[in-house]
Design a protein around this ligand. Structure first.
Ligand code: UD1
Ligand code: UDP
Length: 377
């Protein structure tokens, strides 16, 4: 019996858990792997929501989150905690996804302990250091530390090649977030939350809004809220659903501007399953989220991206996503166009899946199996 491949999967935030869950399950479903899951706890409630849905229990939880945490605090606390665990466990490979601070720190901790690091969702870039902040630098700094680069798309692979990452260390796998969203969409679901029931039974049109990015804190977020308010005034059949990120800096301007509007439904962050069902029901999605940009096209939902740049150009190229920034006039103009012109709407409301086919985690498992020498068991 060959030795098992000992993998440590690390997650800290909501998107980390969503995108790592399929990988953890894929590895655990194969006898060659022994998998431990570590939560840094960079997020708390929003992380736990996802772990519950995917029936995942961390083997260790660093529980680092504090209100108003700084980037330096996240970095130092999770680095020390991960370093201790890697020392104790001596795994063969550490895996983390994307561009959160948890991910960058996981790569650094693995490097310090000379453990191989596999980067899930590698190679996304805007090439603007501050957009998104700090994610662009998190993912760029992770790349030279990684040994396995699991690129979701051909564009991501090209970015990595341009940075002199050896071609033989890059694999195009698709994005594991698509594995997750397709899995959730297949599960039976009953809307038991009253807020969600109202949204799902609304007879008019539904606009779904999420916003949380650091570079949008302050005036840009207030502008996003003002634009949403104008749209509600312009279209009296619209219901706006806004699941708010837990960060108080994010909530304050949204609540101040939209909190009193009778057709603005401001909610706590939704569990992933209800959120997915809400995306499917939505007529239009406004967001600065990374993951939502990947998921919305799978359901044929037009998406206006509330950012100046995107590392996910595939949706824009396919014509199902549009970068609109955060100027209220621009958001209102683009949304009004889509809500008033059926042809323009139909052109954007096409179902495409440039980010994955739902089998990314399986591919990652096969690559690790081959590369780490476990071979067939
Ligand atoms: C983090 C990631 C970002 C990702 C986002 C997903 C970094 C630097 N940022 O940003 O890339 O897009 O998660 O949502 O890695 N909070 C809670 N409960 C929670 C989660 C957050 O109360 O479950 C509050 C806390 O006050 C916390 C604050 O939100 O201090 C900010 O959380 P943090 O992880 O620092 O930043 P995000 O903006 O969530
Ligand atoms: N999401 C969720 N509940 C919500 C809002 C978003 O489950 O109330 C999911 C969404 O479907 C996507 C992920 O969270 O998979 C995106 O997380 P977020 O926007 O916080 O982070 P980003 O992707 O921008 O890093």
């Amino acid at each position: 019996m060959p030795k098992p491949i000992r993998a440590v999967a690390v997650c800290g935030t909501r998107p980390d858990a969503i995108k790592m869950a399929p990988v953890v399950h894929a590895l655990r479903n194969h006898p060659a792997f022994e998998v431990r899951l570590v939560a840094t706890g960079q997020h708390r409630e929003m992380l736990d929501q996802v772990l519950r849905l995917f029936s995942l229990m961390p083997d260790a939880d660093l529980n680092i989150m504090t209100p108003h945490q700084t980037l330096a605090e996240i970095t130092t606390r999770s680095l020390e905690g991960l370093d201790r665990l890697l020392h104790e466990w001596s795994p063969d490979v550490v895996l983390a996804q994307g561009d959160t601070t948890t991910t960058f720190v996981a790569a650094l901790a693995a490097f310090y302990r000379k453990v191989a690091f596999g980067h899930v969702e590698a190679g996304l870039r805007t090439y603007d250091k501050y957009q998104p902040f700090p994610e662009e630098m998190n993912r760029r700094l992770t790349a030279p530390l990684a040994d396995f680069h699991f690129a979701p798309t051909a564009t991501a692979r090209r970015n990595l090649l341009q940075e002199h990452i050896p071609a033989e260390r890059i694999w195009i796998t698709g994005n594991t977030g698509i594995d997750a969203v397709l899995w959730v969409a297949r599960q039976p679901y009953t809307a038991d939350d009253p807020c969600l029931q109202r949204a799902l039974s609304h007879s008019g049109r539904l606009v779904l809004l999420t916003a949380h990015r650091r570079e949008n804190w302050g005036e840009p977020l207030a502008n996003i809220a003002r634009a949403a308010h104008t749209l509600l005034e312009q279209f009296d059949d619209l219901l706006l659903v806004l699941p708010m990120h837990r960060n108080p800096r994010v909530r304050q301007p949204l609540q101040a501007i939209l909190g009193e509007h009778p057709r603005a439904l401001l909610t706590e962050p939704l569990d992933y399953a209800p959120f997915v069902h809400l995306m499917r029901r939505a007529d239009l999605i406004l967001t600065d989220s990374g993951g939502v940009q990947e998921e919305a096209p799978a359901f044929g939902k037009p998406i206006l991206v509330l950012r100046e740049t995107t590392e996910r150009p595939e949706g824009v190229a396919a014509g199902t996503a549009k970068l609109v920034g955060t100027a209220p006039e621009q958001i209102v103009a683009e949304a009004t166009h889509l809500l008033s012109d059926a042809d323009a709407y139909a052109q954007m409301a096409r179902s495409i899946n440039p980010y994955g086919d739902g089998r990314a985690a399986e591919r990652i498992r096969e690559i690790l199996l081959r590369e780490l020498g476990g071979g067939e068991l």
